[in-house]
Design a protein around this ligand. Structure first.
Ligand code: SF4
Ligand code: SF4
Length: 195
């Protein structure tokens, strides 16, 4: 697991540009944290995380954001804000978790545990291609790309016979409009107006 990998701290491994982005997006400074651990002590999801909330902040202080994105913590966070309300230094950790989830879109190493970002990308790819969700394709490509070829294999036939899943799909009639939305968002992202 990523948390057991040896961490080398040097100017080369401290990537602070992304950390600044996290701070800007979350509106909170990671430098305020003095590692009291109150956030992790109150976090209901900490036991499921590879990096508990206080360590997330510490890793950011050290510019080690890649280690965070390789792990599963950001995807287990329930956005309950307990950490933020317990912090004596007003570090808004729930917003930091949110910012990290948004930034993970652009970086390699989305959680290998949950494949959440892979599912997000395939979901949007289906919308762009068909103008609506095509569950059969979503499941097939997800299984292929995640290497879990037989995941939910027995569920498929049951859903098909009940009409909950369609083998083939028709495209939405307004594909031009949908494509325009995607292109507009891409333009906004290039200009830094959207994530
Ligand atoms: S409660 Fe605040 S100061 Fe304490 S470890 Fe968590 S983020 Fe840092
Ligand atoms: S917001 Fe996330 S990290 Fe903070 S206490 Fe809730 S589950 Fe834990």
């Amino acid at each position: 697991m990523s948390s057991k990998k040896k961490m080398v701290i040097s100017q080369k491994t401290m990537e602070l540009d992304v950390v600044r982005k996290v701070e800007a997006l979350s509106g909170t400074s990671v430098r305020r944290c003095f590692q009291c651990g109150k956030c992790s002590a109150g976090c209901p999801m900490a036991t499921f995380m590879d990096h508990p909330p206080n360590r997330i902040v510490r890793l950011l202080q050290l510019g080690q954001w890649r280690r965070i994105l390789e792990g599963r913590s950001i995807w287990y966070c329930a956005s309950c804000e307990t950490c933020s309300s317990r912090c004596p230094n007003k570090v808004h950790l729930a917003s930091i978790m949110d910012a990290l989830r948004k930034l993970s879109w652009d970086y390699e190493g989305p959680s290998k545990e949950s494949y959440v970002q892979l599912a997000n990308k395939l979901f949007l790819d289906n919308i762009r291609t068909y103008g609506r969700q095509y569950e059969m394709r979503l499941a097939a490509v997800f299984n292929l790309k995640s290497g879990k070829l037989l995941k939910d294999f027995m569920l498929g036939p049951r859903l098909l016979t009940k009409g909950k899943l369609k083998m083939f799909h028709q495209k939405n009639k307004n594909m031009n409009e949908i494509e325009k939305i995607f292109q507009r968002i891409e333009e906004m992202r290039k200009k830094g107006e959207a994530l």
